[in-house]
Ligand binder design. Structure first.
Ligand SMILES: Cc1cc2nc3c(=O)[nH]c(=O)nc-3n(C[C@H](O)[C@H](O)[C@H](O)COP(=O)(O)OP(=O)(O)OC[C@H]3O[C@@H](n4cnc5c(N)ncnc54)[C@H](O)[C@@H]3O)c2cc1C
Length: 448
């Protein structure tokens, strides 16, 4: 039973009660595990364009199911989210408390080293598996997904891709085990979308670097065990003057500053990090001096697929909640799910979610195949974050007045969704990225 109590057809109907008693297979209209159809773009091949150009921008259509392994990951994440995370999600979001225990248990299941090789304690899976896990976790608690996404897509990925062997050996096993939470510190008061405006200074002093400045809006920054920080090592170079560092919170000169009180994602802490003559050993430079911009940009794709996956989870829950509520609620003697106005909303939501899922999985598959996916990751993030916001809006509308109360889950998801179009690159920035790639492609095929 999904709802109990009350009697359908009067104002005390079942649909007036918060539908939080679901668990496991009762959850409702989640996507069938496994089914996934996506497109792999073909860059070469005959025909396709009106003037007979020898290249085509059309895609190769491939129908591919999730593998057994991917389904298993999806199910593991789903079961844990619906049983263990669901048990604490409402309360921890209401209290604004990060769930350390949930984080540790996710690590115990392998979710903090999803894309890391086994030699560093990871489970050696791909971005698609990470995306599936993030979607499932976000269906229950988008706040929890923030930490999982940043830790995997940014902190783990950056240290593994660009870090020295020493950095990898020192930090990755403790990150994949969940002992150290990885966070990513890029944003500053005057450097948000404009990464090249980063002002936090990094000056060489003997065997150390000395960092001065502050980072803002850093997710889980107060719980960090490892902080990937991008700072300005050369004030005369705009983009090549940035360097990436691994900072530990125990390094002298580091402290946690202001804690943000946010509209949503309240079980994910968001804080300022302050660096006052913070000494970082030279061995903690990631890559080489001057590579900070390359590292920041190189990690964006994974981060964007992560937030697009979070968007999918939020949108799916919005749809599930809308349908389950509308089946029970009656007005004018009818179930509101039988009104055409409700059905149109459901049709739009479901279609958008399927389209977004195809975009997200295409981007993740491309990344797993080692193919360029900057445009595809931005498309996935742009579209999924937009339709998630539309879905929570429509779902809350279907709920009517009760949707505006904390009794119903949609109120939390409505607040959580808003930031999807802001962090990991705003929607405006995604459009800039997509437009540039599309126009560049035309320039390549039809040189002026
Ligand atoms: C909850 C939360 C968690 C976060 N977590 C992290 C984190 O863990 N680590 C981290 O480093 N950062 C984090 N951030 C910061 C986030 O990435 C930035 O907020 C985001 O990149 C936007 O930067 P900004 O807020 O400075 O907005 P701005 O860059 O000032 O943008 C303001 C507006 O101007 C628009 N705009 C800017 N430039 C252009 C342009 N060229 N063309 C058109 N429009 C433009 C933007 O799209 C936006 O609408 C987080 C933010 C939030 C809210």
């Amino acid at each position: 039973m999904i709802f109990d109590g009350g009697h359908p057809g009067n104002s005390e109907s079942k649909a007036r009660q918060a539908p939080d008693r679901r668990s496991g297979e009762d959850w409702g209209l989640t996507p069938p595990p496994g089914s996934c159809i996506f497109l792999i773009p073909a860059r070469t091949g005959p025909g396709g364009l009106a003037n007979g150009a020898n290249h085509t921008m059309q895609g190769t259509v491939m129908f591919i199911d999730l593998t057994e392994e991917e389904r298993m990951i999806q199910k593991t994440a789903r079961d844990f989210a619906r049983r263990d995370i669901a048990a604490v999600a409402e309360q921890s979001n209401r209290d604004g408390v990060f769930q350390d225990d949930i984080y540790r248990r996710l690590a115990g299941l392998g979710f903090m080293g999803m894309t890391m090789p086994e030699e560093f304690g990871g489970v050696g899976l791909g971005n698609l598996c990470l995306s599936l896990a993030l979607e499932e976790i976000s269906m229950v608690c988008p706040s929890t997904a923030v930490a999982v996404s940043v830790h995997n897509s940014l902190a783990n990925y950056i240290i593994h891709t660009w870090g020295s062997d020493e950095l990898k050996r020192r930090y990755l096993p403790r990150m994949t085990s969940g002992e150290l939470i990885g966070v990513y510190a890029l944003t500053e008061p005057n450097a948000g979308s404009d990464v090249a405006a980063i002002a936090m200074s990094a000056a060489r002093d003997g065997g150390d670097w000395v960092l001065n400045g502050s980072k803002i809006f850093i997710s889980t920054g107060d719980r960090a065990g490892v902080i990937v920080v991008i700072a300005r090592s050369d004030p005369d170079e705009r983009t090549r003057g940035l360097t990436a560092f691994v900072v530990e919170p125990v390094f002298p000169g580091f402290s946690v500053g202001k804690i943000e009180h946010k509209m949503g994602l309240r079980a994910s802490t968001t804080v300022e990090l302050v660096f006052e003559d913070c000494r970082v050993p030279a061995a903690n430079v990631i890559g080489e001096e001057g590579m900070g911009m390359k590292i920041a940009l190189g990690s964006l794709e994974g981060g964007r697929i992560g937030i697009a996956s979070q968007s999918l989870g939020i949108a799916q829950t919005a749809l599930d909640e809308a349908v389950l509520f509308a089946r029970e609620r009656r007005q004018f003697g009818e179930r509101i799910i039988d009104f055409q106005a409700t059905r149109w909303k459901i049709a739009e939501m479901a279609t958008n979610i399927d389209a977004a899922r195809l975009l997200v999985r295409r981007a993740a598959r491309l990344r797993d195949a080692g193919r360029p996916c900057g445009k595809e990751a931005s498309m996935a993030k742009l579209f999924a974050s937009r339709i998630a916001n539309e879905a929570v809006y429509d779902s809350l509308q279907i709920h009517g007045g009760v949707g505006y109360t904390q009794e119903f889950k949609i109120e939390r998801f409505f607040r959580d969704a808003r930031v999807l179009e802001i962090y990991e690159g705003t929607s405006e920035i995604q459009r800039i990225v997509i437009a540039k790639k599309v126009i560049d492609e035309y320039e390549r095929i039809f040189p002026a």
